[in-house]
Design a protein around this ligand. Structure first.
Ligand code: 5AD
Ligand code: SF4
Length: 447
């Protein structure tokens, strides 16, 4: 049986798909990259913006033709949109065989067996505690170009209820995995050749806090303890994580990051808006000033720390002045990267009750202004790196130029270089930075 998996949305979905691929391949299924070759088509969907849902529905709709040619084809919608729309999807997509929600992903293999034995449409949207611990499989085909990189989900769900966000409704309450399970998964990945681990969660910094404390008390951070434990795995060279909610960055966590051997000096710290009025309407539990103070505290402890962020433009009621506050704070922090999203009302989330008052063309203008600021700032920041010596984790042949190799600094900057004899992906090398482009650096290997 051959299975094709298409994933929409965030890294958490990518990780879920990888775990599903791991489970399927262990059960004897073959994972294929071409939908025409497959006996089972899986669409792991996203609900975070309307566009993501439209894309997945369009794609699944288009698969009807394939099913007419191959009536035995099994088609499933999984994940966030599957959870949100449930049985409604069968009306829109009558050729769909099953809908599997976020709480039941771990039951995919037996579900496929039962559908093959008895063809009928099935929707399973039940919550389940088991999904937390049963999505630890990995899919690591031999010779994969990114064999040095692995991802581990340490929490599932979210308790923050930002007013625009559908995630708490489709992924449920925040739950954390046991530290020993996470460490065991990390050790297994490292034994299979992984050298960099990305820790994933809707709010990773809330890891192990039991769900309802914001902010955590001073001195308390189970996430910091996890980073310290990961530091003790000798062959693990790097740890990254995404995303922490700013108020969870307490003294304990900052100190652990600063002291860590392998925690990278880059933080993705979602800001969403630089206007206190809008932050309040978004139910974000910080002000622009307290966000800025946290950035300063982090920089004082880790001077070369770089930041990236998420921003929403065009939230209901966002005025020119609100937008200017956001723009100013983005420039003041000097983010290395920013994911800018145009507000999209999500039925079910609180802000959907507000009028989507900012016209589309204004959202687009604001989006473009922030992107232009970002591009010129990044070019300037990269220029400032010329002449420095950087430790780079070698990734392999550059996807853009097969004559060159590439890697990444701990601060998450891409570096291109001439390969030297014996160089291997997944190793650390010192590289002297000689030139800066608009989005990446280049230099030569020093040792
Ligand atoms: N509209 C636009 N962007 C959104 N995000 C979450 N919900 C919405 C929405 N309704 C963005 C936030 C979040 C990122 C993953 O997606 O910036 O951090
Ligand atoms: Fe959504 Fe806010 Fe939770 Fe992030 S922290 S997943 S934006 S509710």
């Amino acid at each position: 049986m051959r299975v094709f998996i298409k994933t929409y949305g965030c890294q958490m979905n990518e990780r879920d798909s990888e775990a599903l691929a791991g489970m399927l391949s262990k059960a004897g299924y073959e994972i294929v990259a071409d939908e025409e070759q497959a006996d089972v088509l899986l669409f792991n969907t996203c609900s975070v913006r309307e566009q993501a849902e439209r894309k997945a529905i369009g794609k699944i709709g288009y698969m009807k033709k394939l099913k007419q040619k191959k009536p035995d084809l099994v088609i499933g919608a999984l994940g966030c949109m599957a959870q949100r729309l449930g049985n409604e999807l069968f009306q829109e997509l009558p050729h769909l065989d099953f809908v599997l929600g976020t709480g039941q992903l771990h039951t995919l293999v037996p579900l496929l067996e039962s559908i093959r034995a008895d063809r009928r449409q099935v929707a399973d949207l039940r919550e389940s505690a088991a999904v937390l611990n049963e999505m630890g499989s990995h899919f690591r085909p031999t010779g994969a170009p990114d064999a040095w990189h692995g991802q581990i989900a340490i929490t599932r769900g979210c308790n923050r209820f930002c007013s625009y966000c559908i995630v708490p409704y489709v992924r449920g309450r925040e739950v954390s995995r046991e530290m020993n399970d996470v460490l065991e998964e990390a050790r297994e990945l490292v034994a299979s050749g992984v050298r960099e681990i990305m820790l994933l969660g809707q709010n990773v910094a809330a890891y192990g806090l039991g769900g309802n404390i914001n902010p955590p008390p001073p001195g308390v951070s189970p996430f910091a303890e996890l980073l310290e434990e990961l530091d003790r795995i000798p062959e693990l060279l790097r740890v990254r994580f995404t995303s922490p909610y700013v108020t969870y960055f307490n003294d304990r966590l900052i100190a652990a990051m600063a002291a860590s051997r392998c925690c990278c000096h880059n933080v993705h710290l979602p800001l969403q808006s630089g206007s206190d009025r809008i932050l309040r309407a978004m139910n974000r539990q910080y002000t622009a000033e307290s966000y800025w103070e946290k950035v300063c505290e982090l920089r004082a402890a880790i001077p070369d720390l770089t930041f990236s962020t998420d921003v929403i433009v065009g939230f209901p009621g966002e005025s020119d002045e609100d937008f200017e506050w956001t723009r100013e704070l983005l420039n003041r922090v000097g983010f290395d990267n920013a994911f800018i999203f145009k507000y999209s009302p999500r039925p079910g989330a609180k802000s959907a009750a507000l009028e989507d008052s900012v016209p589309q063309h204004v959202k687009e203008e604001r989006n473009q202004i922030l992107l232009d600021d970002l591009h010129s700032r990044v070019a300037r920041l990269l220029q400032g790196q010329v002449g420095t010596l950087q430790e780079v984790l070698v990734e392999g042949v550059s996807p853009r130029n097969p004559a060159r190799w590439c890697g990444r600094t701990g601060t998450n900057r891409v570096v291109h270089f001439e390969p030297v004899p014996g160089i291997e992906p997944g190793t650390l090398r010192k590289i002297r930075i000689e030139r800066a482009g608009n989005v990446s650096l280049s230099g030569s290997v020093q040792g």
